[in-house]
Ligand binder design. Structure first.
Ligand SMILES: Cc1ncc(COP(=O)(O)O)c(C=O)c1O
Length: 325
């Protein structure tokens, strides 16, 4: 299978870097518990972000941080746009906390007034805004995000899982009630499981109370420390993927029977006449993407394809064209 379903970076690491990394890992003492505080790692990440180590919380993937935030802010309502990343709703349900969804328009845009109205009506304790949004791929207009950040009574989490593929970050909006969530998954470390939250130092200290002491294992800590020193490699790969996204978007738009939506992420959402049939035919052709049909009224006959390497993308395009002939 050509795997284009989970927003992973398709590139593997160069052999010489792998060897150095393996050497570094072989020095890790796995008989000892990992560093629970991870100050040096937080310092390294904070430096990259122009913030203080006290403003960084590390998680076993950003999924774990979403869980920590929702645990720490129980029991008030959680407000999210719809459709958006499923974990906000799922974890809220585990915790039996109410969720209010603000439906997007047909073109997946959202009015800040609507979002703020729902937050005020529900007296929202917490709201999540994925910037860019998953599974739609669009990035809310900057003024909208700013208005929501300034107008929210409760906490706002700006989830930038796809930020590296988009035109901007929102770290300048960090305030006592505004946090920015990031992850290394999409830029190439999905298997390591490491995400981080940036926020006001006092808020981060409070959230840290619901963090399991050894949530980042020793091998991931050592890997992150090592790989951050070689981060230009991943940044170059992100650049290649951004270029491939533009090429794929144009190529898909040129296919009769395909409607492709604008994306600032490492995936594209597109609509066909019969998404179920297209999904099955692509699978038969050895290409795995994500069928979004049935997950939300707005996503009828929509499919989501992760941007892969040039060869993978070409194989997907060829298969798509053949199926639609
Ligand atoms: C918007 C968004 N946030 C967070 C995540 C979770 O990423 P991870 O737990 O790998 O850091 C995802 C994964 O698909 C996502 O789409």
């Amino acid at each position: 299978m050509i795997k284009l379903d989970a927003m992973e970076n398709p590139f593997s690491m160069p052999e010489d870097l792998r060897e150095k990394w393996a050497k570094r890992l072989s020095d890790v003492e796995i008989n000892r518990y990992p560093d629970a505080d991870m100050f040096e790692l937080r310092k390294k990440i904070a430096k990259r972000e122009g913030l203080q180590p006290e403003q960084v919380l590390l998680g076993n993937g950003s999924d774990e941080i979403i869980q920590m935030i929702l645990i720490a802010t129980v029991p008030g309502t959680c407000v999210i746009p719809g459709p958006t990343f499923v974990m906000y709703n799922l974890v809220s349900q585990w915790l039996k906390r109410p969720v209010a969804t603000v439906p997007l328009a047909e073109d997946f845009t959202m009015k800040d007034e609507h979002f703020l109205q729902v937050c005020a009506r529900e007296k929202a304790e917490i709201a999540f805004l994925a910037c860019p949004n998953n599974p739609t791929g669009n990035l809310w207009r900057q003024e909208r995000v700013e208005k929501i950040a300034k107008g929210m009574g409760g906490m706002l989490v700006i989830d930038e899982a796809y930020g590296p593929f988009s035109e901007r970050t929102h770290t300048d909006l960090i305030a006592p009630n505004v946090m920015v969530l990031k992850t290394f998954s999409k830029v190439g470390w999905a298997g390591l499981r490491m995400g981080y939250l940036l926020g006001d130092a006092e808020v981060i200290a409070q959230l840290n109370k619901v963090r399991m002491p050894y949530n980042i294992n020793a091998l991931t800590q050592a890997s992150a420390d090592f790989l951050l020193d070689h981060f230009d490699l991943f940044e170059k790969q992100v650049e290649v993927l951004r270029g491939e996204r533009e090429r794929m978007a144009e190529a898909l738009a040129a296919i009769d029977g395909v409607q492709v939506f604008p994306s600032q992420a490492n995936f594209l959402l597109f609509r066909v006449a019969d998404a179920n049939a297209m999904f099955e035919s692509l699978k038969q052709a050895g290409i795995l993407i994500k069928n979004m049909h049935g997950s939300d009224r707005l996503l009828s006959n929509c499919l989501r394809i992760t941007i892969g390497s040039e060869d993978e993308n070409n194989a997907a395009l060829t298969a798509l064209r053949e199926i639609l002939i």
